[in-house]
Design a protein. Sequence first.
Length: 361
Amino acid sequence: MTQLRYEDLQLGDGADRCGSAIRQLQGATGLRPNDLQQRLSNATGMPLLEVAKALRELSLLGVITGIGVNGRPVRMVKWVGTEPSRQVCPQEVEWREILEGLGDKLSEADRASLGSSFSTFNGLDRCDKIAIIEGMIAMRDGIRCADTWVWSAENLLGSSKAARSLRTDLGGLGVNVDDSGGLYYAITAGPSTPEAVVLIENPRVFSAVATSAQASRILAVAAYGYGLTIDNFGQRLLAGQVVSCPAVGERADLRWALTQLPAYFWGDLDLEGLRIYESLKQRLPSIRLSAAYSAMDRMLDDRRRSHPYHRLFEKDRQGIPPSGNEADVAYLAKRCLQRAVDQEAVVRIVDQINLTMPFER
């Protein structure tokens, strides 16, 4: 006898819920009867009596085995009925039509690769979807541009970022998307052959250091908060793709300076500043906290020279502490948990601080 489709069974709500739970819980051999009613009750939130009624209904319909006349499991229970049909949403239907409509531009393997990607394109109109797929095909079949951002903008609706968002889908078409192309620029101040490098979080402090006596011997680099932590900075640096742009002084070889010389970070003494340091350290493992933090650490004990994490000081959203894997970071994170000091607070005494010495408690 032909089995009824799941949709034609006309199950009650309880039977539908129990049936779904059985299909999810059962293994290859089914479910042991001993505590099955309790397990189904836990899974569905139904009382035991309602579970028994649902099991009896499912048994009478012939979609499960192992149930007695009273609705109690008497042997291994197993779902033997048909499975529910997967509902296909309108967006997926349209997506399949688009893929089919592109004809010989896509192989069957291409359609299979892109078939489940419809949700990525939800919210775009049909014309844009078609244009993007054709752009992806052009990226696969055309001449690759050395700069991924330019390559993306040339082919994907003028967007430099789309290729990265479609990295997986492009990969399914055999297109490798990486971020290695193009040069990045870092604002620096100092000689071409410095004694050490100091990465500085805030631009105003960078400006102060650039015009200080220390600029004659150190290379100051403007970090712009998290600016140097994004887009694989360490990888780009080692590839020679980060170029020094001197605001003051000479052009330095940043790859040489940051890999061969002592390197330090100086930012705000707050939770976010320490997280920026940790992010930089993931890319530049040799970097250390500058001695400037020692002066700021002492200021935490002076309530007139430190401030709480309040919206008045634009720090009310700094709730996430650093990981504290480094002992000095763990110490400073504990110290600045309630109050903070911005690095501008010591700008006037910057020439009294040896920025290229490590932080000491």
